[in-house]
Design a protein around this ligand. Structure first.
Ligand code: ASP
Ligand code: MG
Length: 408
């Protein structure tokens, strides 16, 4: 069997942690399996490097940011390879370039264009365990690139796809994907399995277990992901696969707190208004999430939308400009909000799930400010102060804790 095993920052935070990781790798090798290891930067190293960069130059030139950030993962590969060699395992470090990760030139958020794992294959054939630096690649001109925060997940999944590995195991300090963030919902339990579609929605709605792009890549390339804990040895973890056979109306709930709402009050109710506003935002690369437009009254409308909090400094002046152009009456900006989302593949073709979500929030006395849906997701914007209560209420209403804990 060929496995790709990815160890996140908390799993390689210190040399002691690396010893635990080495034990795991040793047991895979002892069982006669081959393994390609992918590592993140040690602990909070990436954040530390970003902080240094901000001090060096607040403009954070993207090319240099990538050169800098990529060093975090490289450190991990060399140290882990040394630990492995000391304990009798032939291991060798690989940078993203050496591992054959070719990307576009979009620094800090590069896309993988191709993977050429020839050197990794050769190493495996020689009985060497490759230890690959996650999160990084190289563009056609030879410049170092990075794959967006959390990008080591993507490296591991892309390598698993290219090497046709049997599975991609993603190790972190949590025991898989939970029905909710256990720090917020103490009764949350790990899921045995869920579908790619569900995981993509959860990851993009705020669940932090896996990078969204990595799950999308796995879905396209049909890489089976096994999310597991490095430290809770006997926890079964979560498999992410094509289809969730259980098909529950709600599989898990997620909370996003870095959300901002912008509202344009009293703009004309005429063709092209929304098109104008949202094309201006798109031109500046701003992702708009939820949108509501009120019923028109006296030929006027209100339009509100949400963006990621980080995009607010760019989005607000654009919205203000458009408001002035359209002679609207006021701009409302609210950052004191949160988005709660319920995700489940069984929503599809099962009416009434949205009503149950809204009822759960009503019973908890929570006012819903905006609603957004997809085939397998219902999202509600609520006041930040209501966020935790909302998550608990939906988790409870769909019996997530008892249902899943019963099966373990
Ligand atoms: N070290 C990078 C980050 O912190 C990549 C990763 O950990 O996956 O975002
Ligand atoms: Mg991570």
């Amino acid at each position: 069997m060929l496995l790709v095993q990815k160890f996140g920052g908390s799993s390689v935070a210190t040399l002691d942690h690396m010893e635990r990781v080495a034990d795991k790798i040793r047991s895979v090798r002892a069982a006669g399996d081959q393994v390609v290891v992918v590592v993140s930067a040690m602990g909070d190293r990436t954040d530390e490097l970003v902080n240094l960069a901000v001090q060096a130059n607040p403009a954070m030139p993207a090319r240099e940011m990538d050169v800098l950030m990529a060093t975090g993962e490289v450190q991990s590969t060399a140290l882990l390879a040394m630990v492995l060699q000391r304990t009798g395992i032939t291991a060798q470090s690989f940078t993203g370039r050496e591992a054959g990760i070719l990307t576009d030139s979009h620094h800090r958020r590069a896309r993988i264009l191709a993977v050429d794992p020839a050197r990794l294959r050769a190493a495996l054939a020689d009985g060497i365990t490759p230890v690959v630096a996650g999160f990084q690649g190289v563009d056609e001109g030879g410049a170092v690139t990075t794959l967006g925060r959390g990008g080591s997940d993507l490296t591991a999944i892309a390598l698993a796809g290219a090497l046709k590995a049997d599975r991609c195991e993603i190790y972190s300090d949590v025991a898989g994907v939970f029905t909710a963030d256990p720090r917020i919902v103490p009764s949350a339990v790990p899921l045995d399995h869920l579908s790619y579609d569900e995981m993509v929605e959860l990851a993009s709605q705020g669940a932090q277990v896996l990078q969204t792009r990595a799950v999308e890549y796995a879905r396209t390339n049909k890489v089976v992901i096994h999310a597991r804990s490095t430290f809770a040895e006997d926890a079964p973890g979560t498999l992410i696969v094509e289809k969730n056979q259980d098909n529950p109306p709600v599989t898990a709930v997620a909370l996003a707190t870095k959300v901002a709402k912008i509202g344009l009050v009293g703009v004309p109710d005429a063709p092209g208004v929304a098109a104008h506003l949202f094309s201006r935002l798109a031109e500046h690369g701003i992702d708009v999430d939820l949108v509501i437009q009120s019923l028109s009254h006296q030929k006027l409308n209100d339009i509100a939308f949400t963006v990621h909090l980080d995009d607010l400094p760019k989005a607000e002046p654009i919205a203000r400009e458009v408001l002035v152009e359209l002679k609207g009456s006021a701009l409302i900006v609210d950052t004191d909000i949160a988005k709660v989302s319920a995700v489940g593949s069984g929503m599809l073709g099962r009416p009434g799930v949205a009503a149950r979500v809204f009822l759960a929030l009503a019973d908890a006395g929570v006012n819903i400010q905006m609603i957004g849906t997809s085939e397998i997701k219902i999202s509600c914007i609520v006041a930040a102060a209501d966020a935790k209560r909302s998550l608990l209420a939906i988790h409870q209403a769909f019996g997530l804790a008892p249902l899943n804990s019963g099966s373990r």
